[in-house]
Write a protein that binds this ligand. Sequence first.
Ligand code: BGC
Length: 454
Amino acid sequence: MPQKGTAPQKHPQERHDHETLKFPDGFLWGAATSAHQVEGNNVNNDWWAWEQTQQPPHLRSGAACNQYNLFEQDFDLIKSLNHNAHRLSIEWSRIEPREGEFDEREIEHYVKLLKYLKSLKFTVMLTLWHFTLPKWVADKGGWENGATVGYFERFARRVVPEIATYVDLWVTLNEPGVYIYETYIDRVWPHSKKSWLGQIKTFLNLTSAHKRAYKYLHSLFPAGKPVGIANNILSFESYHKHSFKEQIAVSLNDLFANHLFYMFTRGTHDFLGINYYFHIRFRDKNLTAQKQNMVGQTHDASDLGWEVYPEGIFEVLTDLADDIPIYITECGIASTNDDRRNRFLISYLQEVARAIKSGVNVRGFFYWSLLDNFEWHLGFEPKFGLVEVDLKTQARHIRPSALVYTDIIQHNGIPHSLLRFIGHTVQAEEVLEKRQKEIEKEINSSQTKNKSDD
Ligand code: BGC
């Protein structure tokens, strides 16, 4: 019986169907990038050197998205898309192009850039190392060389005090495991080689680099500014549940890929940063991991063949839930089919909401990536961006999926109008087209304002 003065209760099913799937207040919504993938002309790092000699011209980073020069325009854009947070990295090789020589102008550049980002009221998550090394560090052995731990700390001690006011969350390292995998196992990145010893040394040096940076950052900000890493976390499954071999493969891969770095760096994480892209199925015989060949199978897949598996993000979140906050520091899809990106966003975020409802302390989501950027050894072919980049003119074009994301951000949740589209094509509806016009207007007026401020 409804009580006097209260609205009659709806049937729970009915209520669920028509309500927005809400996220917690203060949830961070943003996109992520990394310096070498968007800035352009990072001529002093090991990737640049390798690209010039080992990669054909179309797979070189070149001017990338020219964000080094266009950062104001890009940050205005994410403001107009209603993001409230942004994750990006700084480029060590710009700041310390030669051993012990720090380039004041480059430090000043990052101060200017971060100050601008902060003036737009974003929560800023900054990564100190995202795969590239200054060439001089690489020439001395890169992460295999124990001295690199000290070089990295010296770099952090030089640059952090200058930019600290503009940073809210620190990521010391991006995906140590992926770096090791691509260098020593897949062997498609610079310095690739077969070396168990090199692999172990790199792993241990990266754990030390994180611990040293963590300690230093905590000594500067004892009362705040959380520090963590962004770790590639995968969900694993066996094709045949009764295969002993497959089950062992699942457990060992879970241990090595998802937990080992945390085991070696216990007590030095204020949050867990999760980059989620992969659901890996092991198949008997040679235990080949099925990660690249999902195209043409019954499973939906990205243009890179990576399986679309929304439940996986729920699985890894509930698996890693601890007593510290979690940020999804990267999650995204490479696709030239933007409807697929729409479905991806809605279905993955629905699983994140489910994890939060189950008690997992997720505080933010950073879509990878804001722009179609330089996808490492694969060049510019994979299209991860919410925003398309014309590489000839550097013009940015907002994709409909960016507006679906904005719709979610504005509701701080997934509105029913989007939820009901999962499994079907999500069209850029009238409302989104209208929003696109508003955004264009906002951008034009902020550019005019910037010009008149100059
Ligand atoms: C990396 C990014 C990369 C993305 C897509 C992550 O492993 O942090 O740099 O572009 O995945 O492959």
